[in-house]
Ligand binder design. Structure first.
Ligand code: SAM
Length: 522
């Protein structure tokens, strides 16, 4: 076995200047707790505030075909791009910041290739055989870097003559910059010299960019020397100022001329950990006392919603394993009450995985629930979640725009929590803004209109259909709802419409859209 390189180990600045030995998560709450993040991809939207973790395949595997007239030939050495070893396990102490920086850099490179951050992190944890504490540190750095990616990218462009390659080297610099240059008003998690030292060390430890360690050192030191001028110049660019792609900034400004800045800011804040109390097992007051007894501060932010003052790993949430609570954003908790459920009803949750809203429906009334989802792998999470809560439903794999899974009997209530761009939940999934393309909105809106049209025939006369998205784009939300109502002559009942993302005392929720329809009686 090779001997471990002597690496400086450390802990966050809060623990004292170089006084500790572990990298650890820089600050709690930098990223969602275990199992608390979500998925992506035009076919699957992250559950709003429930517990996701899944991939966001884009065109990572796309390879342009070779022109017909190009015969086989040997490539010159300058044409050959070495395969970057994203899985290379560094010869570093796993409790060092250098190890965490490399892991986070590998995650960023995977996101650049089209993988959703939760999936990218899961791949890195496995490839690096990272112990729990290192996972926390890698995750924290990767989430920070995602929230600062616009700014770091512009800064790097100002300090380098060409884009650093491979992508993992760019990722390493972006991760280091995110630690050196935290958002206004927040403390840097590590001492600056430690970050530079460990980033250089991390670079030396990777065979694909050990040669670039002098460059890493020079860029990061230059940033520290010229920080004020560099940041001032970078902030003239809106991408650096807001940390979103320009098309995203433009789309938010067009859709919400009065609120666009607040919306962009809300998407850059760290989300709270909000729980839904399972009223079949306990009540909010009793559960708040349970939290207080465990020394955890919390407040009620909805009829069944409790927000923890400090995010923790789900394993540390009292009663979580026993189904007393689920992790769910306060905005997502509006769905079940809006359905106006009564015991004995036949209910369809048409895009159910991982089952956040299915669980809430079954906690609310004794209904006969069918939980449908097109993704069989994600459906396993519905089973697991319902089992933890002590509830049961008929769980089916099938496409909501098809009928092959339907037994032909109409439902009293239908929840259509359709796949969408997830533009309303970017505070939980800061990678989404960088993974999405403007054209995704149109594709997803087309799919959700097919889903809505198909589900309408499955609703009984007088029945209600609740249409939900976690999108901010009107094309997926209000425009979709209005067009649907016009196509089917659906009666529109009271519902919140577009909820803009909010954080603060009392009101704290993701950006969601709700429209409620009733079918005219027979
Ligand atoms: C927003 S998520 C649902 C979150 C879920 N309702 C909850 O509260 O936990 C959208 C879901 O739609 C599913 N989906 C995507 N395309 C679908 C389709 N054509 N038919 C049914 N489900 C689909 C995805 O797999 C994903 O689980």
């Amino acid at each position: 076995m090779t001997e471990k390189r002597p690496t400086l180990t450390l802990k966050p600045k809060a623990g004292g200047r170089n006084g500790g030995k572990k990298a650890g998560p820089a600050r709690p709450g930098g990223a969602p707790g275990k199992g608390q993040t979500a998925p992506r991809g035009p076919g699957g939207t992250p559950p709003r505030g429930t517990q996701p973790v899944e991939p966001a395949p884009r065109d990572a595997g796309y390879a342009p075909s070779r022109p017909k007239d190009e015969g086989a030939r040997l490539r010159h050495s300058h044409e050959v791009k070495a395969h970057v070893q994203l899985d290379y396990s560094p010869d570093l102490r796993t409790d060092s910041l250098a190890f965490a920086l490399l892991g986070a850099a590998s995650s960023l490179a995977r996101v650049r290739a089209g993988t959703a951050l939760p999936q990218a992190l899961a791949e890195v944890f496995q490839a690096y055989d990272a112990p729990p504490q290192a996972r926390g540190a890698i995750q924290d750095i990767a989430y920070r870097a995602m929230r600062q990616l616009g700014r770091s990218g512009i800064l790097l462009g100002m300090m380098t003559s060409k884009a650093p390659e491979p992508a993992m080297l760019a990722g390493l610099l972006e991760c280091a910059l995110a630690l050196l240059d935290p958002p206004e008003g927040s403390e840097p998690p590590y001492e600056a010299f430690t970050v530079v030292d460990q980033a250089v060390f991390a670079s030396s430890a990777h065979p694909d960019f050990a040669h670039a360690r002098a460059m890493v050192n020079a860029v990061l030191r230059r940033f520290l020397r010229e920080r004020e001028q560099l940041v001032a110049a970078a902030l003239r660019d809106q991408v650096a100022q807001w940390n979103y792609p320009q098309w995203w900034i433009d789309s938010v400004r067009t859709a919400y001329p009065a609120d666009w800045q607040a919306i962009l800011q809300a998407g850059n804040r760290q989300p709270p950990l909000t729980l839904r109390v399972n009223r079949r097992k306990t009540d909010v007051d009793t559960y708040l006392k349970t939290l207080a007894a465990a020394g955890m501060r919390a407040e009620q932010v909805g009829p069944s919603a409790v927000r923890l003052a400090q995010a923790v790993n789900v394993a540390q949430i009292p009663g979580f394993a026993d189904g007393l609570v689920s992790v769910q954003d306060a905005g997502a908790q509006l769905a079940a009450p809006l359905l106006d459920l009564k015991d004995g009803m036949r209910v369809l949750d048409a895009c159910a995985a991982p089952g956040g809203k299915s669980g809430h429906i079954l906690e609310t009334a004794d209904v006969d629930l069918t939980a449908l989802d097109a993704d069989a792998r994600r459906l396993m999470r519905v089973d697991q979640n319902l089992q933890r809560l002590g509830l049961s439903a008929t769980v089916k794999a099938g496409a909501a725009e098809a009928t092959d899974w339907w037994d032909g009997r109409q439902y009293d209530r239908i929840l259509a929590d359709v796949p969408c761009t997830a533009s309303g939940i970017v505070r939980r999934h800061p990678d989404i803004r960088w993974l999405r393309r403007k054209s995704d909105t149109h594709q997803l809106a087309t799919l959700s209109s097919k889903i809505l049209d198909n589900l309408w025939q499955m609703l009984r006369p007088d029945g209600k259909l609740l249409f939900v998205t976690c999108s901010l784009w009107p094309q997926e939300s209000e425009a979709q709802a209005a067009a649907f109502a016009a196509r089917h002559g659906a009666v529109r009942l009271d519902a919140p419409g577009q909820l803009l993302p909010r954080s603060g005392a009392g009101q704290d929720h993701d950006g969601l859209f709700y429209a409620l329809f009733q079918k005219a009686g027979a």
